[in-house]
Design a binder for this molecule. Structure first.
Ligand code: 4GY
Length: 247
């Protein structure tokens, strides 16, 4: 998958894209990321990309021209299997007004061949960018950040790990919270006792069927207690009901 990211602060992405699983995914050729500096598309010698808002008010607004030109440029970039195709890529703006991102969206986006992400900054971005260029608006939650860069990193990370081959067999997303609609069960590793706190006996028993049931039950109870909204939506099996009824 190819992801082009338009930003005024490309250096912010160096850490997250150069570390851990995202670094490995890029190394394996499963993910190709490209950073485009919107400032490179400014029209004047001072490379100005923002201006005062029409109608007055606080803060600066990102000018439309550099963003339009940066998106046009991004659309011309087609390497490998994308060359010669005329598919119109999804152009995603990260902003608090967008649809709230979740695992289902991550899974859907992981099925695309390419994405273009736009990171706004300052007070906002000229509305004509939204009207003409943007196909999807995504929010990572009901809070306001200083820019769309951190949300873009979150989206790339969540999408990348859903691409087949990015996670090893050991790391598979099949056990994730949200993949199956429930929160995860508690995890433990050595030592068996730490600071007076013991690992639940059942995990040391070697009885894989008992362990599976215990984990399932913890997952159900946690979801019920902490995320009643998720629990309401989830489908319970006959075994789930039985696990919830015992002591
Ligand atoms: N929350 N989810 C978010 C955000 C900052 C002004 C547009 C969010 O996605 N983005 O808070 N973004 C704003 C700042 C320009 C982006």
């Amino acid at each position: 998958m190819r992801i082009d990211i338009l930003t005024l602060f490309p250096e912010m992405f160096e850490g997250p894209f150069g570390s851990s699983i995202i670094k490995r995914a890029r190394g394996k050729g499963l993910l190709y990321t490209n950073l485009i500096n919107i400032r490179d598309f400014a029209h004047d010698k001072h490379r100005i990309v923002d201006d005062y808002p029409f109608g007055g008010g606080a803060g600066m607004v990102m000018k439309p021209e550099p963003v339009f030109e940066a998106v046009d440029y991004a659309k011309t970039l087609k390497t490998g299997s994308l060359s010669g195709t005329s598919e119109e890529p999804r152009v995603i703006l990260l902003c608090p007004q967008g649809r709230v991102f979740n695992q289902e969206t991550a899974r859907a986006l992981a099925g695309e061949r390419r994405l273009i992400l736009i990171c706004g900054h300052y007070e906002g971005i000229d509305e004509r960018v939204r009207e003409k260029l943007v196909t999807d608006e995504i929010s990572i939650g009901d809070f306001v950040l200083t820019g769309g860069e951190i949300p873009a990193m979150a989206v790339v990370d969540a999408v990348a790990r859903m691409i087949p081959g990015v996670l090893g067999e050991e790391e598979s997303f099949k056990n994730d919270s949200f993949y199956n609609g429930f929160l995860e069960y508690p995890h433990y590793t050595r030592p068996r006792e730490y600071a007076g706190m013991a690992v639940p006996e059942i995990l040391l028993s070697g009885d894989h069927e008992k362990i599976r049931k215990w984990r399932r039950k913890m997952s159900l109870v946690r979801t019920m207690e902490r995320r009643p909204d998720l629990f309401k939506m989830a489908e319970l099996t006959a075994e789930d009901r039985k696990l919830l009824e015992e002591d």
